[in-house]
Design a protein around this ligand. Structure first.
Ligand SMILES: Cc1cc2nc3c(=O)[nH]c(=O)nc-3n(C[C@H](O)[C@H](O)[C@H](O)COP(=O)(O)O)c2cc1C
Length: 705
């Protein structure tokens, strides 16, 4: 039931990221120090549906970098930055870089777990091992390590941090007011971690966060660094010049992950890319040329010199690059990544360019691949990259902030169709927000509702033009974006004038609830419909996918304002009693029958790593006949099935057997080639939904609400 989903991360530049001229761009902000810059960045990324804001880190001062305004010339404490970003967002993951070299495991584990709690479980830790004398000078008591030993210590460090994060069992915080037991000491272990390099006793004074503990990011590139990343990383960042190089890195990482006994498919590889967007390809190319002019020759040479580790002080800027390298670089240095890859990038020009030109070339993106074109061209290119399997997502490194949207009025246009096999939001919400590529016309507001059972529900509301609204109910292991499918549907419903409300069902996404519980799911749907009632949106559509369809069928008979149901991958059958969820493996099944919590991994979200089920909790559709279920619904239902995959075939057969029980005017449609998730059939679903809803709930004219 889980699907491969494309992730997007955005680099938070300070005051430049991989493009050394960022702060000199005419649109660039000058406010690097106040919180407005961070809030604006955070809101921009969240509105564009990014999964992650990435905050880099360094703890050394480089006079050249400071002189020229390169990356790290200004550097706030990353944890403080993370707190600011988390405070003004509700979905965005917050990736914060902290070094294992200079922080005690206790302090780092606590800082990150606190952030994870305070953000509702949205934090990721980019694990770095700092090296080089520049860093160590600020920490004279720390023994300087290098190479493999740095990572050996890193292994211990992560072990210690994880031990601290896992010291409290999930249910250790009891808060039983009757008995007076606040937290149960028997459910809190003392890690007492002792390694070769470090020791920490613990535990922290903190229970697990909503996602248990932060997600781990790693970006090692050396063989030892990759082994480290493959052992610990949930997400790996990589800068590779070509797709083939990225694929090779992914294969290597997967091999190393398997060798470490991990499920290699769980690791997500983010390829760093630098998009340069124009209204036309020509404008984009001209923009790229313009960006180069913002890097002075001196600045470019300094930046390059640092990464190539070649002393270029006093070099003649007009000297040929090849001559300078021959004269100044040792053999070891010419084999450095910076020089080898710059040589590749320069190609035939290598022998002709001056050291200044080479430095500027390097400094436009620090060898991060540039993608130059219109928004649509860039989206196509990234989609092809993703579909090839070489990367699971992208870390977008912007050239400058706030970016080219400033001063340009976006065109209003329906979002283009998604390339086949790629979640729509890749195309419809990210690059499409740039000028020239169209722009979604929706304005979403995130809100919190309190469900009837008392828990907090995360929701997104999109206003409509009249008195009609749709409630979107997602499937199992999913959330209110449904991996982009509900973004697409929100576009469709919104374009018809309907308001759109989507909720993370309790136990899923960012909503509260530790364990999936049918009674609560029904409460959630009622709460959402109550909210629509309160807004005066009295002509309601219930749209459910899979689990959401089962909820819709049970709630509809009690809601007189629901005018129609749209169900995809629908569960229309009779109750199946105590049967376990169909996708549990043997170990999970055994735990299920022992009445223990069964944790099911969620792959499509950075806000929740697991959904928990337990046999003791009420299960949706445990009892009742198909006749009772379908006979209770009094409004026409559109049931959409696919014909591909065992699961969907079986569900379609159940609906076919009970089709005669559906209310008058209902319709059952099978989309050829569609699987249970409908990822690849979103256009077909959208077309059916549009026709059905236009007929059954025509949107009122604007202002009639
Ligand atoms: C996208 C990306 C972001 C990175 N961010 C940081 C950072 O913020 N701070 C840092 O010291 N190193 C950062 N690194 C460097 C890596 O942690 C790592 O040291 C580098 O890729 C070299 O790998 P190695 O240590 O195995 O030689 C980053 C690397 C990549 C690819």
């Amino acid at each position: 039931m889980t699907e491969r989903q494309l992730f997007l991360g955005g680099y938070v530049p300070f005051p430049s990221g991989h493009y050394a001229g960022a702060w000199r761009h005419p649109y660039s902000t000058r406010d690097w120090l106040g919180r407005d810059f961070l809030h604006q960045t955070a809101r921009t990324l969240e509105a564009a549906k990014f999964d992650l804001a990435f905050i880099p880190e360094t703890v050394s001062h480089n006079p050249d970098f400071t002189r020229h305004g390169h990356s790290n010339s200004i550097k706030h404490d990353p944890a403080q930055v993370a707190g600011q970003i988390a405070a003004v967002t509700t979905h965005l993951g917050v990736g914060v870089t902290l070094s294992t070299s200079f922080n005690e495991p206790y302090n780092l584990a606590r800082t990150l777990l606190s952030l994870d709690h305070l953000s509702g479980g949205r934090v990721a830790w980019n694990v770095i091992q700092s090296h080089g004398p520049g860093n160590y000078l600020n920490f004279p008591h720390v023994e300087e390590l290098s190479g493999a030993e740095l990572y050996d210590r890193g292994d211990e460090y992560v072990e210690a941090v994880l031990a601290l994060w896992r010291a409290w069992e999930a249910d250790a915080l009891v808060q039983d007011q009757e008995s007076g037991l606040f937290a149960d000491p028997a459910r809190i272990t003392v890690p007492d971690y002792r390694g070769k390099y470090l020791a920490v006793r613990g535990p922290l004074n903190l229970p697990p966060s909503p996602q248990t503990h932060p997600v781990i990011i790693q970006a090692g590139d050396s063989q030892r660094g990759r082994t480290f990343g493959a052992r610990w990383g949930d997400v790996i960042f990589a800068i590779e010049r070509t797709r083939a190089d990225m694929q090779a890195k992914k294969d290597d990482l997967k091999g190393k992950a398997r060798a470490a006994g991990r499920d290699a498919d769980r690791i997500r590889l983010f390829a760093a890319v630098q998009p340069i967007i124009g209204e036309t390809k020509e404008i984009a190319l001209a923009r790229r040329d313009f960006l180069r002019t913002r890097i002075t020759p001196e600045s470019g040479v300094r930046f390059f010199s640092h990464f190539a580790r070649v002393d270029l002080a006093g070099v003649d800027l007009d000297a040929r690059y090849v001559d300078v390298i021959e004269e100044r670089a040792t053999d070891g240095q010419t084999e450095s990544r910076a020089i080898v890859q710059l040589d590749e990038l320069l190609g035939a020009r290598r022998d002709r360019v001056t050291i200044a030109e080479a430095g500027v070339e390097f400094s436009t993106s620090e060898l991060t691949p540039q993608v130059v074109g219109t928004g649509e061209e860039i989206a196509e290119e990234l989609a092809a990259y993703f579909t090839s399997g070489a990367a699971d997502g992208f870390l977008i490194t912007p050239t400058h902030f706030p970016g080219v949207v400033r001063g340009v009025r976006p065109r209003r246009r329906a979002a283009p169709a998604a390339p086949r096999g790629v979640p729509h939001r890749v195309h419809g919400h990210h690059t499409a927000r740039e000028p020239g590529a169209g722009m979604t016309t929706r304005t979403d507001t995130d809100l919190e509702l309190t469900s009837r059972w008392g828990g907090r529900l995360a929701a997104t509301f999109t206003p409509g033009t009249g008195d009609s609204a749709v409630l979107l109910l997602h499937g199992f292991l999913s959330d209110r974006r449904a991996g982009g499918r509900f973004d697409r549907l929100a576009d469709e419903y919104s374009a018809l004038g309907h308001a759109v409300l989507r909720i993370d069902l309790s136990g899923f996404g960012s909503s509260e609830g530790d364990v999936v519980d049918a009674d609560r799911l029904l409460d959630d749907a009622h709460t959402a419909l109550d909210h629509l009632d309160a807004l005066g949106l009295t002509r309601q559509i219930l749209h459910g996918q899979s689990l959401g369809s089962a909820i819709a069928l049970r709630v509809a008979p009690l809601r007189p304002r629901v005018a129609t149901l749209v169900l995809t991958g629908a569960l229309t059958g009779a109750g199946n009693g105590d049967a376990p969820y169909p996708f549990l493996d043997d170990e999970q099944l055994a735990a299920w029958y022992r009445d223990e919590d069964v944790r099911l991994r969620v792959d499509g979200s950075l806000t929740r790593t697991h959904v928990v089920v337990n046999r003791q909790r009420p299960k949706l559709g445990a009892t009742g006949t198909q006749e009772e279920l379908l006979g209770a619904v009094g409004v026409p239902v559109l049931v959409i099935h696919g014909d591909t995959g065992d699961q969907e075939e079986a569900l379609a057969a159940v609906t076919a057997a009970g089709e005669h029980l559906l209310p008058a005017g209902s319709r059952v449609v099978v989309i050829p080639g569609a699987t249970h998730t409908f990822y690849e059939s979103q256009d077909a679903v959208a077309a059916l939904v549009t026709d059905w809803v236009s007929e059954h709930v025509p949107a009122a004219a604007p202002g009639s609400a």
